[in-house]
Design a protein around this ligand. Structure first.
Ligand code: SAH
Ligand code: DHB
Ligand code: MG
Length: 221
């Protein structure tokens, strides 16, 4: 078992299930051409998020960490016509590229890219007492995962779902002596989940063209 095999199988499955389309491919190409890091979700993970949003019947989606809007397109296309998605991004260049990609995807009217440090925009959303989000995708700076979970809970209601990306990181999550802020942050977030009686969670390891990682699925009572 190797990264090369994971990539081959991922490519086979993505081709066989016809998950790619020109809007998604162009979003990735423009992101790469602009020099943004190649850290968006895989097509499989994007489709999984899209299906999850449909299963939940999500009308309001929150995303923390936009990058070029690749995962945003997958999530946004799951919305009903009157649905809304708010996505949070701190880098101007990322937000600009995301807006262009979302425009091409026909999602500009439904998606709001909020520029700024996510902890600030999340606090603004809480202060504005916005309606709860049905689905939240946490995928920004990993040291802040505990804060992001806390805000996501304040912005969730009964039946809401939260997905946290990158909870395995090549297995480093299981290193209880880790000094890496991203690992420590995610470990602290998992501990918060366990201590909260409102929450139920599973964490699934994944391999594919993005390597060995995983996601955590959290349901809110
Ligand atoms: N969800 C995207 C990938 C996001 S990568 C996808 O799968 O397509 C993480 C993003 O979070 C980067 O664009 C980074 O600039 C942004 N980010 C990092 N720290 C942030 C912060 N404090 N507030 C808002 N965005 C942040
Ligand atoms: C990184 C961030 C991500 O959200 C991801 O999916 C992969 C890698 C990173 O910061 O390295
Ligand atoms: Mg990620």
């Amino acid at each position: 078992m190797s990264q090369e095999q994971w990539r081959q199988v991922d490519t086979y499955l993505t081709d066989t299930l016809a998950l790619d389309n020109p809007v998604l491919t162009l979003a990735l190409e423009d992101s790469r051409a602009a020099g943004l890091p190649d850290i968006s979700v895989s097509a499989q993970m994007g489709q999984f998020l899209n299906q999850l949003a449909r299963i939940v019947g999500a009308r309001r989606i929150l995303e923390i960490g936009t990058l070029a809007g690749y995962s945003t397109i997958w999530l946004g296309t799951a919305l009903p016509p009157d649905g809304k998605l708010v996505t949070l991004e701190s880098r101007t260049r990322h937000a600009e590229l995301a807006n262009a990609n979302l425009q091409r995807a026909g999602l500009s009217d439904q998606v709001d890219v909020r520029l700024g440090n996510a902890v600030d925009t999340l606090q603004e959303l809480v202060d504005a007492a916005v309606d709860p989000f049905d689905l939240t995708f946490i995928d920004a700076d990993k040291p802040r995962n505990p804060e992001y979970l806390s805000y996501a809970l304040q912005l969730s209601g009964p039946g809401s779902v939260i997905v946290v990306d990158n909870v395995v990181r090549d297995g480093r999550i299981a290193d209880t002596d880790s000094q890496a802020a991203g690992i420590v942050g995610t470990q602290a977030m998992l501990a918060m989940i366990r201590q909260n009686p409102r929450l139920t969670a599973s964490a699934i390891q994944t391999v594919g063209n993005k390597g060995y990682d995983g996601f955590c699925l959290v349901t809110v009572e």
